[in-house]
Write a new protein. Sequence first.
Length: 188
Amino acid sequence: MSGHNIAGKKVAFLLTDGVEQVELTSPWNAVKDAGGEPTLVAPRSGTLQGYKGTEKGETFHIDMTAAEADAADFHALVLPGGVVNADHLRVDKDAQAFARSFFEQHKPVAAICHGPWLLIDAGVVRGRNLTSYRTLQTDLKNAGANWSDEEVVVDHGLVTSRNPRDLPAFNAKLLEEIAAGEHRGKTA
């Protein structure tokens, strides 16, 4: 899919129940196929429920909790969407702190669809260029983000996309940013 080799790079996927399944599995597989090591991080341990739209999908094993996870142990963060997933994550203090740590450490972050909701509550969107599912645009603008309706937007290592149709472009930019490494222009 991409010419980017990210062998040995550890990528955290932060999510919970209600995740839009393809927004987890497609970037997860892209990371694995490029040699990266994905890890599923969630607010609690056990398993979580994926969804295909409004229908239940697969369940996924959680590797570690957000409270246990340390951004210093990862090279990048991915925030899949799904309304229920994103709505629950955005109010979780451990999830907020974990996401904010990637910005403080200048590491790539990729969020698709409703995934950017967490970034509002983590306090890292002011002045940034990004996109999301269209219904989040007012929330993101009110938080100080520069929102645009584009397939993929990249701002100093922050990769955002709108919906599952954008996954090919999202995955390509995700891998490109992981391969590029830290971005000094990205701060919390």
